[in-house]
Design a binder for this molecule. Structure first.
Ligand code: SF4
Length: 280
């Protein structure tokens, strides 16, 4: 099966999006070869930003959402047909700024989605403005004197919001990225993978990341407090060691909404009508 489309690729040379695309393609291909999934069961939802072009380049079912609305669209798809494997790709601006409320609630509801956040800590498509995870002092197009705020930590946020799979990977560690994405996709419930991604043009942190990252070893992924401790090691601004790998994994009942794909047509209409009329 051909996993890459013929669309012209317009990412900058050296962009971390290439690594995410190739890792995801390999995981999809492996899962199909192992008969864990069928190719037609994958749905890729992308937001707005450089990352979103992945929906043009990977040859799977895909849907472009509007900015910040990747997760609600992915939620709708998984509710309509729970048999699908729904992967939502979003940028850091998309997921942690415009779409922050959706991120928190998808984690809280434990919706069966794999959320891959391409965190290059800058708005690349709009040429270099700061995002919620840009480090203090970052000089971008909208902050020529440097960002005054502190970044927030998405790993801590996901843990606090109830995500049942929380991980971090790095685009310059491709084998590890593949391994983490595979585990996330096979997890049932809300899985969150924060990918530290190089923006080669507006925020190239390769040297810092290469120096700071390490892979978790001997960490108990069932221990929420241990996960919090590891998450707090690095505050997204300082030069502390940056843990990569699965911080936390658990099983929890998924959202109480009825999976609409399993309802007869008349009940589905009732559910949709209820939502539209604000009764649910
Ligand atoms: S601007 Fe940055 S994120 Fe966008 S394609 Fe170029 S390197 Fe990649």
């Amino acid at each position: 099966m051909k996993w890459i489309t013929g669309a012209q690729n317009t990412w900058c040379p050296g962009c971390g999006n290439f690594a995410v695309q190739h890792a995801l393609k390999d995981v999809f291909a492996d899962l199909v070869a192992e008969e864990e999934r069928r190719a037609e069961e994958f749905v890729l939802v992308a937001g707005i930003g450089c990352h979103a072009k992945i929906a043009d380049y990977l040859a799977v079912n895909s849907f472009y959402a509007i900015h910040g609305r990747t997760l609600p669209v992915a939620t709708g798809i998984t509710l309509a047909n729970p048999e699908l494997t729904v992967v939502a790709c979003a940028g850091d601006g998309d997921a942690y700024a415009e779409g922050l409320g959706h991120f928190v609630f998808a984690a809280k509801r434990n919706t069966d989605i794999t959320a891959i956040i391409h965190d290059n800590r800058v708005y690349g498509l709009t040429t270099g403005q700061y995002t919620p995870t840009s480090y203090t002092g970052f000089r971008g197009r909208s902050t020529p004197s440097g960002v005054k705020e502190r970044p927030f930590n998405p790993i801590e946020l996901a843990l606090a919001s109830g995500a049942t799979f929380v991980a971090r990977a790095y685009t310059r560690r491709l084998d590890h990225l593949r391994e983490v994405l595979r585990r996330a996709i096979l997890h049932r419930g809300f899985s969150f993978v924060e990918v530290l991604q190089i923006c080669a043009t507006y925020n190239n942190l390769t040297a810092a990341y290469n120096d700071q990252v390490y892979e978790l070893d001997g960490h108990d992924t069932s221990d929420l407090n241990a996960a919090r401790e590891r998450a707090r090691e690095w505050d997204y601004s300082d030069g502390a060691p940056i843990a990569l790998g699965v911080f936390y994994e658990t099983e929890r009942e998924r959202e109480a909404w009825p999976p609409m794909g399993r309802l007869p047509d008349h009940q589905r209409r009732e559910v949709v009508r209820g939502v539209l009329e604000g009764r649910r």
